[in-house]
Design a protein around this ligand. Structure first.
Ligand SMILES: Nc1ncnc2c1ncn2[C@@H]1O[C@H](COP(=O)(O)OP(=O)(O)O)[C@@H](O)[C@H]1O
Ligand SMILES: N[C@@H](CC(=O)OP(=O)(O)O)C(=O)O
Length: 421
């Protein structure tokens, strides 16, 4: 059994969806569990629906949802060449459920409504792709992953209940392979024991695929991207990147942790734990060798790896009365960050101050500063970038920081991190 994951970019156009079909067809001898994300930028559009709904801008929310609906109906009709198909009944059910949600008064948290609305993208994309494949002879079964992935109710970043999910994989997923060798499921979503939809965090479909790979004891997982494979930096930002043919789980978990936008950080653990290799392949040209990520990768010729996180804020937290920032104070500070669900990307402490670099999320930062203000003086600096280079060489660092102001720097033997303006 192999697990495949196709992301939004691979479903952005009709031609790309057809290409995905060809790729799957070329693995006709294998059992495939195929995880699919929302088409193109649908998740961003649905986020806007959720925001407007929660701000009680009902008409705008309804219009934005209508646009998403029309887009999917058009794609479905173009792929199938007709509107007379059961798929359209299934799509209509999803739309009706979403419209019901928008008809409610937002009495629960924003994160709850976000998850009820935003997961729609994956339900639509998988239903369309599954129906289209069946019409073109790629026999498959569509699975509602919310019947399988059980989570807690930490909406927008729900945690998998591995025991229940394993049981449900055994009872509900494995038997599907008796009817077809291909099962198509949504990435990114799951459900609580109260049958409330949840999402697993933005870009979470890589992780969904890894959960399946782990629980199905798959022989491999392949993530199909618009790039050649895993590179030593984002080719959209840096010129002259090189492809990495093989790399270890340990190295990739570091890259993802530092913010490389190519693989979701949670993806590695379920694979490493069962020693399942992860392939990164290019859906634009499946003959390209891509990258294999596995425990015992040969890394003798690993190039310097560069990760750039944009739109960062450096917050400096200073004691009000010249008191030292001791362990108890740091622990209070971390508790506040944890309560506000803010991830710290880099920290540095001095005698009476503690600095940390975080993603710029104005609403969260406002609440954070309010909470911190009671005990500390706060200053912050916006519009920054966090540059991380692993296996660095000094010449390269000079090149990357030329003409930039370095506000904070940390070096170890293997890694340098800099907050730059
Ligand atoms: N180190 C890297 N190697 C390859 N691609 C990278 C890297 N870092 C960032 N990327 C970006 O990741 C993109 C692919 O990921 P993404 O757009 O999330 O795909 P999908 O939505 O299809 O899963 C590439 O187009 C590339 O710009
Ligand atoms: N659609 C979700 C989940 C996901 O993983 O998408 P993609 O595979 O396109 O990054 C998102 O955009 O966050």
């Amino acid at each position: 059994m192999k697990v495949f994951k196709f992301g939004g970019a691979s479903l952005e156009t009709i031609e790309r969806i057809q290409r995905v079909g060809q790729i799957i067809q070329s693995y006709s001898g294998d059992q495939l569990l195929v995880v699919i994300s929302a088409m193109g930028k649908t998740t961003n559009e649905l986020e806007k629906v959720a925001q407007n709904f929660f701000m009680r801008k009902r008409e705008i929310a309804a219009q934005l949802l209508y646009n998403v609906e029309q887009y999917h109906l058009q794609v479905a009709e173009q792929l199938l060449g007709t509107k007379e198909h059961n798929l359209f009944v299934q799509l209509q059910q999803f739309f009706t459920e979403a419209e019901w949600t928008l008809g409610e008064k937002p009495l629960r948290t924003y994160d709850y409504y976000y998850d009820q609305i935003v997961g729609l993208g994956e339900l639509l994309s998988t239903a369309i792709v599954s129906a289209y494949f069946n019409e073109t002879g790629i026999t498959n079964v569509w699975l509602d992953v919310r019947d399988v992935f059980r989570t807690d109710d930490n909406f927008r970043d729900a945690n998998i209940d591995w025991e229940v999910t394993q049981r449900q994989v055994n009872e509900k997923v494995l038997p599907l392979f008796n009817t077809a060798s291909i099962v198509i499921a949504q990435g990114f979503i799951g459900s609580t024991d109260q049958n409330e939809s949840v999402t697993l965090g933005r870009e979470g479909s890589d992780f969904s695929a890894a959960v399946f790979a782990n629980l199905l004891n798959a022989e491999s997982q392949t993530i199909w991207k618009d790039v050649e494979g895993l590179k030593n930096a984002d080719p959209k930002i840096f010129p002259n990147t090189v492809n990495i043919p093989e790399i270890s789980f340990g190295e990739v978990i570091e890259m993802a942790y530092y913010g490389a936008q190519v693989i979701h950080p949670k993806t590695i653990k379920p694979l490493q734990n069962k020693q399942i290799p992860l392939y990164v392949k290019c859906f634009l040209d499946k003959e390209l060798p891509g990258t294999v990520i596995r425990e015992d990768a040969d890394q003798r010729s690993l190039p310097p790896i560069i990760v750039l996180k944009r739109n960062q804020v450096l917050i400096t937290i200073t004691s009000r009365d010249f008191a030292f920032i001791t362990e108890d104070k740091i622990s209070d500070i971390y508790e506040i960050f944890h309560a506000k669900k803010i991830k710290i990307n880099l920290t540095q402490n001095a005698a009476i101050s503690f600095s940390c670099c975080i993603d710029n999320n104005p609403e969260k930062i406002e609440l954070l500063i309010k909470a911190l203000h009671q005990g500390f003086k706060i200053s912050y600096n916006e519009g920054l970038e966090l540059l991380t280079v692993r296996h660095y060489r000094n010449g390269l660092l000079d090149e990357l920081t030329k003409g930039r102001k370095i506000l904070l720097e940390q070096r170890s033997d293997s890694t340098v991190q800099m907050v730059v303006k």
